[in-house]
Design a protein around this ligand. Structure first.
Ligand SMILES: [Zn+2]
Length: 257
């Protein structure tokens, strides 16, 4: 099992980043019955060298801090008793705010992020908040010093408003480089999370996660959250990948019967 990465959960935004609420409710219910879902900080010491959690364990993360999490995720987390971490873009919490202009598939309505009041209410309910940078820029396009400043400003603002340390970072779009990883360490983070599309090195500043997207039904979520899927996603072996994922899917279907 592994660390799962969602973005938003909402019905009307037709985007890979927005899982339908009823689908998320079903996935959360399944996870609470079949997996030991760990708070992210507790999951970190249990990751193996390839970034996998022990079998039957999982952790839940959400990138960007979309306002829809307050409506469609918080009640489900409370009902199922699931821990989760939300990675916030710090500038969205400043008085000037930050419009959501970083998504490739904007909806018909402007996308909004959580207000500070909503963040604090969710934190009181047990949700963990960490950093998704200052302004969701592509960190690989910044100089190392610009990157350190962006990440340090984010960590400092967030720990100030949340009233607790913010040692974890999720890279915007999962993008990183040796320079970005170095900057994350210099800015005071202990771990940083990626979203690998193909083989990537794994270490404390490149912890892999598996993305869950709109259209990923219940079975796909189960396939994606098993070790064989995590293994093929991080090994980039072409056709063998398809075969292995199919075998996992068939195995799960048989278990279900
Ligand atoms: Zn993001």
């Amino acid at each position: 099992m592994t660390i799962l990465c969602y973005h938003s959960v909402e019905p009307d935004w037709e985007s890979p980043l927005a899982v339908e609420p009823d689908v998320f409710t079903g996935q959360a219910s399944w996870l609470s019955r079949h997996r030991r879902v760990l708070p992210l900080a507790d999951a970190l010491p249990r990751l193996d060298a390839r970034g996998w959690l022990p079998r039957s364990h999982a952790a839940l993360t959400f990138d960007d801090g979309f306002a829809a999490l307050h409506t469609h995720v918080l009640p489900v987390l409370i009902k199922e008793g699931l821990p989760a971490t939300v990675f916030l873009v710090a500038e969205t919490l400043t008085p000037a705010g930050r419009p959501v202009d970083w998504v490739d598939t904007p909806g018909s309505e402007p996308l909004v992020t959580l207000t500070l009041d909503q963040v604090l209410e969710m934190q009181d309910a047990g949700v963990d908040f960490q950093s998704h940078s200052w302004a969701h820029r592509d960190l690989t396009q910044l100089t190392e010093d610009e990157c350190v400043r962006d990440l340090r400003d984010s960590r400092e603002l967030l720990s100030d408003v949340l009233g607790r340390p913010v040692p974890l970072l999720a890279y915007p779009r999962g993008r990183h480089s040796p320079q970005v990883r170095r900057a994350a360490a210099r800015a005071g983070y202990t771990h940083a999370f990626a979203l690998p599309e193909r083989a990537e090195q794994v270490d404390a500043y490149a912890v892999p996660r598996i993305g869950i997207y709109r259209g990923n039904g219940h079975l796909t979520m189960r396939v994606k959250s098993t070790r064989p899927y995590a293994r093929v996603r991080t090994s980039d072996q072409g056709a063998r990948v398809v075969g292995q994922v199919r075998r996992v899917a068939v195995g799960l279907r048989q278990q279900r019967r």
